[in-house]
Write a protein that binds this ligand. Structure first.
Ligand SMILES: Nc1ncnc2c1ncn2[C@@H]1O[C@H](COP(=O)(O)OP(=O)(O)OP(=O)(O)O)[C@@H](O)[C@H]1O
Ligand SMILES: [Mg+2]
Length: 355
């Protein structure tokens, strides 16, 4: 292990490797230094930014600007939690901020600005809380479905017996309606109960699953929808239940197809993510499958609720597809995320890879 020779070298190393974005300004809020994390956050290098005023980094309408000027004037440090920052490079980040006023050895006033982005963490905790609520709702509906299943079978059986007894075609119309509607309800109940049992895992190549789903959808395709592939074929095999993964992916791809209607594009993209946290578990590598469509986007009024059972934006939808997909992926220790705006909807399935 390399031993740092000087303190300066040690400090340098820490500054270069910390995840906190660190910026140092002079009393006029002109930038003196920023570390690599800050370069990443603002998408520019120290050379491009040195000497520039703070206002070229963050939207000048942010109240933060006045607060920094005031901090330098009054020599008062401050901290802010979970601040939404509108960066001028187009990014928006939620971050914890720390502002410290320093006197340099030459007697100059300097302002040290630390930014700890917390977007990732927030998303994880939010996901956990939301997932718990989804589980409760889903369990409730499953119990209800279970209660309906048996009497429904009884009703259908009785209607069938009656149907055989009846001689008049007019009267049999009624029994047919009962049987037809009972069948429709039965299908709904079965979907509500969903696939049961634990995943039967085996080593699988995720691209085989994707190609399988792609073929099903393409075979059924009666529209002008175009399918595109963007695969990272270096993704290692994952441990999973092929049937369950096919089902989860199919539900999402079908939604994209339904959202597009007659024409549009669906892209399936795969990538490897490193050091990714799902729930409380940190994973060294994770497979990410994005299903991207250029349709109208998720209707605003249901956007926050689409993973709940029976939430649908389609007249003929049951609102169960995503809820089932979420459960199946969760059983694999994974997660589904979604981002949507008109013209671009991305569903991302994250699956841990244990190697
Ligand atoms: N790619 C997408 N683009 C736009 N809206 C979407 C997309 N995916 C899902 N949605 C919206 O989310 C809703 C919920 O989807 P979900 O798959 O859970 O149920 P559903 O498709 O309505 O019914 P089911 O899948 O049970 O037949 C959809 O009705 C649709 O409004
Ligand atoms: Mg669906």
């Amino acid at each position: 292990m390399a031993v740092p020779t000087t303190k300066t070298e040690l400090y340098q190393r820490i500054l270069e490797h910390t995840n906190v974005a660190i910026l140092l300004f002079d009393a006029d809020l002109k930038l003196r230094y920023l570390n690599p994390s800050a370069e990443m956050l603002f998408g520019a290098s120290v050379r491009q930014l040195a000497g520039q005023h703070f206002s070229i980094l963050i939207n000048p309408r942010e109240p933060l600007m006045d607060q920094l000027v005031e901090a330098v004037r009054s020599m008062h440090p401050f901290a802010k939690h979970e601040q939404l920052l509108d960066l001028l490079n187009g990014k928006t980040v939620t971050a914890d901020l720390n502002v410290t006023i320093i006197q340099s050895s030459f007697g100059e006033t300097e302002l040290l600005f630390e930014i700890t982005p917390i977007d990732r963490l927030m998303r994880i905790s939010r996901d956990d809380a939301v997932y718990e609520q989804q589980v409760t709702t889903r369990d409730l509906l499953r119990s209800l479905a279970h209660e309906i299943k048996n009497p429904l079978g009884g009703l259908r059986g009785a209607a069938q017996l009656l149907d055989r007894e009846l001689t008049s075609e007019d009267q049999r119309e009624y029994t047919r309606v009962i049987i037809g509607e009972a069948d429709r309800l039965q299908k709904l109940v079965n979907r509500l109960l969903g696939p049961s049992g634990m995943p039967k895992t085996e080593n699988i190549n995720i691209h085989q699953i994707i190609e399988y789903v792609r073929n099903i959808v393409i075979t059924e395709n009666d529209s002008d929808i175009k399918f595109h592939r963007d695969y990272d074929t270096s993704i290692p095999e994952i441990k999973g239940d092929p049937d369950m993964l096919v089902q989860a992916l199919l539900n999402i791809v079908k939604n994209a197809k339904q959202a597009l209607g007659d024409s549009g594009n669906i892209t399936i993209r795969t990538r490897v993510l490193r050091k990714f946290t799902i729930g409380q578990m940190k994973h060294r590598i994770v497979a990410k499958i994005d299903i991207i469509d250029d349709g109208p986007g998720i209707p605003g009024d249901i956007k926050e609720k689409i993973f709940y059972p029976m939430i649908t934006g389609r007249a003929e939808g049951t609102g169960l597809g995503l809820s089932i997909a979420q459960r199946l992926i969760h059983q694999h220790g994974g997660l589904i995320e979604c981002e949507s705006e008109p013209g671009k909807t991305v569903f991302s399935i994250m699956l841990p890879i244990e190697i």
